[in-house]
Design a protein around this ligand. Structure first.
Ligand SMILES: O=P(O)(O)OP(=O)(O)OP(=O)(O)OC[C@H]1O[C@@H](n2cnc3c(O)ncnc32)[C@H](O)[C@@H]1O
Ligand SMILES: [Mg+2]
Length: 188
């Protein structure tokens, strides 16, 4: 198989690192990146993901992928969901825990939505990956978003306490990329 090239439109260096690492384990593909300023709409995770990718492909003038990550609390019917970036920025790890004071369940799921557009005007295709877990007081390095407060189900470590080899085989991002990889392998 010849090496494919694809542009990942993102401003998040940690997403880019994980995505390159995960994809390098699978198909021959080279990922470059562009940090374009694209407004993120309000709506469902699917609507937000499609609109962002559509716009990214228009600005870029060629095929690209984009990614949106949501952190969904069961007690809050899925919120903060796609708005987690703003919650994280304003409330921090402690505030994100405090949102659940008074609720029995601390369960949450991390949802990753990759979108692929074949180019300007081409409708984006979505690839979703989900990992169940719970919200816990922060443990581990605070390097990447809310990694320190998310403990995946069946593990006694938070994402932040895991090595990249551990996180990247069970994460929401890994699961979404598994589907994207399978799709990319069918493209000429
Ligand atoms: O340019 P884009 O790709 O949009 O990058 P972003 O940082 O704006 O990302 P999102 O809009 O998808 O917002 C998701 C938020 O969740 C954080 N995040 C994403 N993936 C994560 C992961 O695997 N672990 C912890 N935090 C994560 C990320 O830092 C943001 O604060
Ligand atoms: Mg963003």
């Amino acid at each position: 198989m010849t090496t494919k090239r694809l542009t990942f439109v993102t401003g998040n260096p940690n997403k880019l690192l994980e995505t390159k690492y995960i994809l390098s384990q699978g198909i021959p593909i080279e990922i470059d990146s562009e940090d374009l300023d694209i407004p993120e709409l309000q709506g469902t995770t699917q609507e937000i993901a499609k609109a962002k990718c559509r716009r990214a492909a228009e600005l870029l003038g060629r095929a690209c992928i984009t990614e949106d990550t949501a952190l969904c609390y069961k007690a809050l019917n899925g919120l903060p969901g796609p708005y987690i970036k703003h919650f994280m920025k304003n409330l921090g790890h402690e505030g994100l825990n405090n949102l659940l004071v008074g609720f029995q369940t601390k369960e949450a799921y991390a949802l990753c939505t990759f979108a692929y557009s074949a180019g300007p005007g081409a409708e984006p295709i979505l690839f979703e990956g989900c990992t169940d877990g719970s919200i816990v007081p922060a443990r581990g390095p605070g390097t990447f978003g809310w990694d320190a407060i998310f403990q995946p189900e069946g593990f006694d470590k938070t994402y932040a306490e895991m090595s990249k080899e551990e996180k990247n085989v069970i994460s929401h991002r890994f699961r979404a990329l598994d589907k994207l990889k399978a799709y990319l392998a069918t493209l000429p």
